[in-house]
Design a protein around this ligand. Structure first.
Ligand code: IMP
Ligand code: MG
Length: 209
């Protein structure tokens, strides 16, 4: 496993960026082992169907799937959220559906990060209609502070029902900072880092989440 290090990059024409390590690859791997055991303890005898959200959740899914004992299958879905820049507008659109039905299956949704919660809110409503036997959520990272923003956004749009989105399995609770690595990107870059780090733009200033 390569040692995490502070990396610096300058994208063509862009300002200087760097990444400060927040969670090392070793800690991620140890936590995933624990989460895998916990999930299997909760469902000792059932085949588990992991559903991951492209692309951020792929590394988490592949590491988690290999750590869960017993029968495991998986599938992928992709969504895009409309909005200005990196901010989600709360309107989520399905861009790639699952390959197979989830009816009657014990489904674990595997997401990289729970931020405002709007993506998961959309997915959970969609999946619930498809009648799984159980529906659970595993996220590697949780930014609970950001859910407050989401509540405000929903209150501005009374036509949307307010649901409390929460994950059943959380790897790490993190502060309200923009993070990259281990699947998470900034403009499609940094996904391949084996650790999670805070993105710093320019002279050490953090990117606004
Ligand atoms: P939500 O719908 O606001 O919960 O956003 C979830 C999605 O936004 C995640 O699956 C990520 O793709 C993206 N996202 C949220 N926070 C971050 C971050 O700190 N770094 C990179 N991507 C993020
Ligand atoms: Mg994502």
């Amino acid at each position: 496993m390569p040692q995490p290090q502070k990396i610096q990059r300058r994208a063509a024409g862009a300002q200087k960026e760097s990444v400060r390590v927040l969670i090392t690859g070793g800690r991620i791997q140890r936590r995933i082992q624990e989460m895998a055991r916990q999930i299997r303890r909760d469902f000792p005898d059932e085949p588990l169907h992991l559903v991951s959200v492209l692309k951020g959740g792929v590394f988490f899914l592949t590491d988690l799937a290999r750590s869960i004992a017993g029968e495991v299958s998986f599938d992928f879905i992709a969504v895009s959220s409309y909005g200005q820049g990196t901010r989600s507008s709360g309107q989520v659109r399905l861009t790639r559906d699952l390959d197979s039905s989830i009816e009657g299956k014990t489904v674990i949704v595997v997401e990289d990060i729970l931020d405002t919660g709007m993506t998961l809110d959309y997915l959970l409503r969609l999946f619930q209609q498809r009648k799984p036997k159980h529906l659970r959520v595993a996220v590697l990272l949780d930014k609970p502070e950001r859910r407050l923003t989401a509540v405000r956004a929903v209150l501005d749009k009374p036509e949307r029902r307010l649901t409390a989105v929460r994950a059943d399995y959380v790897g790490f609770t993190i502060p309200n900072e923009f993070v990259v690595g281990y699947g998470l990107d900034y403009a499609e870059r940094y996904r391949n880092l084996p650790y999670v780090g805070v993105l710093l733009l320019g002279l050490g200033s953090k990117k606004k989440p």
